[in-house]
Design a binder for this molecule. Sequence first.
Ligand code: HEC
Length: 137
Amino acid sequence: MFEKSIGALGLALALTAFCAGGTALAQSAGETEYMNACAACHGETGVGDGPLAELMTVDLPDLTQISANNDGEFPMLEVIQIIDGRSGIRGHGYPMPVWGQRFKEALSVEIGAYASEIVTRGRILALAQHLESIQAQ
Ligand code: HEC
């Protein structure tokens, strides 16, 4: 009886640690991805001051204000679709690259269409979670 509850406690602790670790991992993966693929335009902190920003003919949105511009709520699904760009719901198109397509094309030669789709979605989710984590309060 006692041992059983210790076991359950251990399992609960392990699960908590795993989930917390998973979130931290997703966040750091998203951050790395962001620095590689997005910071050149959007700036390291997301405010739109990347080195390419001044070469662009359009204004870059402040990515830390996404929630503020949406009644204080982070529109996760919309952001995922914006980054992915393939649904056409609100594609970035030029000058913002269609990341879903880019990520997928780069991968599918190596791992095939199905696996590359899954990896692509994971990368886009990690990016969206990173953006959620940098929202101004
Ligand atoms: C070549 C420059 C460039 C790069 C690189 C780039 N973006 Fe963008 N992004 C833009 C421009 C310009 C806009 C605004 C115009 C538009 O919506 O297409 C924008 C808009 C956005 C928006 C919409 C924000 C809003 O409030 O409307 C999001 C979200 C976004 N980008 C995320 C990303 C992410 C994530 C990456 C990296 C995977 C990235 N961008 C890479 C240029 C870029």
